[in-house]
Write a protein that binds this ligand. Structure first.
Ligand SMILES: [Ca+2]
Ligand SMILES: [Ca+2]
Length: 205
């Protein structure tokens, strides 16, 4: 949720006089509202980042972040970091699209989700692509739905066939596969696992 001190301006850039710029993450609430989730997301880090990718790595419904650390010069290196998102209780949906007439990876496919949420209907727009900086996000589209009460409609517009598919009353907090032109979304059962357990095991080896 927007903090009480939410501003209508983008977050300030770090001052050039700061000796060690800390990694900060800002959650975009609307085009003009930002929320600092550096602490609540556990994303604070003093090293410089060089590439970043967002994806729900442990399949628990929130986006985790992989960050390639270190600078551009030889020797300016640091181990890369995987930030496990603790979650903020928001809804989500994941769409794994497979093109048939359009390219198989569904690049360029446009997704429009219509939500019912207080105080009324809201639209969310996504276009399938890697969409990252010096990194690459998974092509499966993990889409945050905030405090949505219902997904009223998902509209998928394929790039080559120009086919437009619509699905209504889709369940929240689920992952679905869709082949271009198929009549229904197929529910996916991805297994969740503990990133923390894996990292602790790695530290003992
Ligand atoms: Ca996750
Ligand atoms: Ca999580």
């Amino acid at each position: 949720m927007i903090s009480e001190s939410s501003s209508t301006s983008p977050p300030p850039l770090a001052s050039p006089s700061q000796a060690i710029p800390a990694a900060q993450f800002w959650k975009i609430l609307t085009v003009t509202d930002f929320q600092d989730v550096t602490t609540s997301g556990g994303f604070g880090h003093l090293q410089k980042g060089h590439g970043i990718a967002f994806g729900d790595i442990d399949n628990d419904g929130d986006e985790d972040i992989f960050e390639k650390m270190g600078g551009a010069f030889p020797g300016d290196s640091y181990q890369s970091v995987l930030y496990e998102n603790p979650g903020h209780g928001n809804h989500w949906i994941t769409l794994d699209l497979e093109g048939i007439k359009s390219n198989r990876s569904a690049f360029g496919t446009k997704i429009r989700i219509t939500l019912e949420a207080a105080p009324g209907k809201r639209h969310i727009y996504h276009t399938v692509g890697y969409g990252s900086s010096f990194g690459g996000n998974p092509l499966r589209q993990h889409i945050g739905l905030g405090k949505a009460e219902r997904v009223a409609e998902i509209e998928i517009s394929w790039p080559t066939s120009k086919l437009v598919q619509k699905f209504t009353n889709v369940a929240l907090d689920r992952a679905f596969h869709l082949r271009e032109g198929a009549s229904s979304l197929q529910l996916l059962h991805w297994k969740t696992f503990s990133l923390r357990q894996h990292s602790e095991e790695a530290m003992h080896h």
